[in-house]
Design a protein around this ligand. Structure first.
Ligand code: ATP
Ligand code: MG
Length: 276
């Protein structure tokens, strides 16, 4: 689905007179993501996660190297709309994404841009709204919704575009625990039931623990990669990268130092209880 080859990206900042500064946000990154995979991306602030998301969605383009989305190079201008249709994006702040006056118009915005016409448009919108559990809010103004509800509407928008791959850039960062759970449940359903490829950028280790694979970025480079269990068993490395591991994993890790022996490091409470 996604192939990243020797990717480099620098932001050019020529705001200061006579001096062109550039920030290297990604450095020689290689990565492949398979169809149907659920990949979490972790990394300290400024490690390049959002830059990577924008590159995958064709909002910015590699300084060096290539990104192929289903074989289409994001540098190929003729393919840019196909790429954005295949691989769409949900951002952290739902307010920045809302453009329409009603929930149903909001959800229709993406597919309309892709020239989808009625009756298919209506069907897609209704189905997407149902999938995120917002059918009772169709005629409401998005501005009158809670953060979690707004984020569900944004997700319905990308569902209605029928994108095969959805990139979530910290979609739960601004939500309360209930909103976070709702959004995570929808993301999970999209991956497991609807077979969408998911790239989930997050600062919540418990969310990353649900992924098939975790990639940890540090200063624009891949620092760690593996299954949740592989990555989270590297407690010291994660801490050195300014990150944590799920709370239960850390407790088990500390208990091991005290002589307690776990068969494997638990990733959630259920596993922890089974192992003690
Ligand atoms: N528009 C921009 N212009 C110049 N530099 C930028 C711009 N956006 C990001 N950067 C720089 O690029 C680097 C990577 O930023 P990026 O936003 O990708 O990090 P991130 O991993 O998403 O961080 P966070 O966890 O805070 O969201 C940082 O050093 C940042 O300061
Ligand atoms: Mg970011």
């Amino acid at each position: 689905m996604i192939k990243i080859e020797n990717l480099n990206f620098s932001y050019k900042d020529n705001s200061e007179e006579n001096e062109i500064k550039s920030t290297q946000a990604l450095n020689n990154l290689n990565l492949s993501i398979k169809e149907g995979e659920f990949v979490a991306i972790l990394g300290h602030n400024g490690s390049g996660k959002s830059t990577l998301a924008k590159l995958l969605n064709g909002q910015i383009f590699p300084t060096k190297g290539d990104i192929l989305i289903c074989g289409m190079n994001t540098k190929d201008e003729k393919k840019i709309w196909d790429i954005r249709e295949k691989c769409s994006m949900v951002f952290q702040n739902p307010d920045n994404q809302m453009v329409a006056t009603t929930v149903e118009n909001e959800v229709a915005f993406g597919p309309e841009n892709l020239q989808v016409k009625n009756p298919e448009l209506r069907e897609r919108v209704d189905e997407a709204i149902k999938l995120v559990g917002m059918e009772n809010y169709k005629k409401r103004s998005p501005s009158a919704l809670s953060g979690g509800q707004k984020q569900r509407v944004s997700i319905a928008g990308v569902i209605a575009m029928l994108s095969d791959c959805i990139i979530f850039d910290e979609p739960t960062a601004m939500l309360d625990p209930q909103g976070r759970n709702d959004v995570m449940e929808i993301i999970h359903t999209l991956n497991k039931k609807y077979k969408k490829t998911v790239v989930h950028i997050t600062h919540y280790m418990e969310e990353a623990a649900l992924a098939d694979r975790i990639i940890v970025l540090n200063k624009g480079e891949k620092a760690l990669e593996g299954s949740a269990r592989e990555v989270f068993s590297k407690v010291k490395e994660m801490k050195d990268l300014g990150l944590t591991v799920p709370q239960v994993t850390e407790i088990a890790y500390e208990l091991e130092k005290e002589g307690y022996n776990f068969e494997k490091l638990p990733l959630n409470i259920e596993e922890f209880l089974e192992l003690v």
